[in-house]
Design a protein around this ligand. Structure first.
Ligand code: NAG
Ligand code: NAG
Length: 134
């Protein structure tokens, strides 16, 4: 019980860093950002962060063509948060959940994306691609 409580607190603290914390530099071509276990669902409690950079002066284009997360009002359940300024604290993040597709353009040469899921999640998956915007 104590361990479970501790784990829950850690999840609340939003430690997207805990499980997977990935950095990618996009210099050209297509880079894929996929949820853990893809094409199977991620497991409940998965927390991941992707920090994407490009060379100064470049912009990044993110397209999520496969995106199936459990839906919740205001995305208070499983969600993906994306900062188009690459802000690590995600203060300016866009929030996504449910089944949808979307394409986003970074403000400059950085973009930060996190996957935050509940310990009671039924799972979900996404397949996004990242390329330089020209
Ligand atoms: C969802 O967000 C809107 C806008 O912030 C708020 O007015 C509404 O009460 C929220 N709904 C729930 C169920 O939290
Ligand atoms: C995978 O996730 C989707 C979306 O949350 C859910 O509807 C589906 O039941 C899950 N599939 C399995 C095999 O758990």
């Amino acid at each position: 019980m104590l361990l479970l409580a501790a784990a829950a607190v850690l999840a609340l603290v939003g430690a997207a860093r805990a499980q997977c914390d990935l950095q990618q530099h996009v210099a050209g071509g297509v880079h894929y950002i996929v949820s853990p276990n893809y094409p199977l669902n991620y497991t409940a409690g998965t927390q991941c962060r992707w920090c994407i950079t490009a060379d100064p002066g470049a912009q990044l284009k993110l397209s999520c063509d496969v995106f199936k997360l459990p839906a919740s009002t205001n995305c208070t359940g499983d969600r993906v948060r994306i900062s188009l300024s690459g802000d690590d604290s995600l203060n300016d993040a866009h929030v996504y959940c449910g089944q949808r597709t979307f394409t986003l353009l970074s403000d400059a040469n950085k973009l930060t994306m996190v996957l935050e899921t509940l310990y009671t999640s039924t799972g979900g998956l996404f397949l996004c691609n990242m390329r330089l915007y020209r």
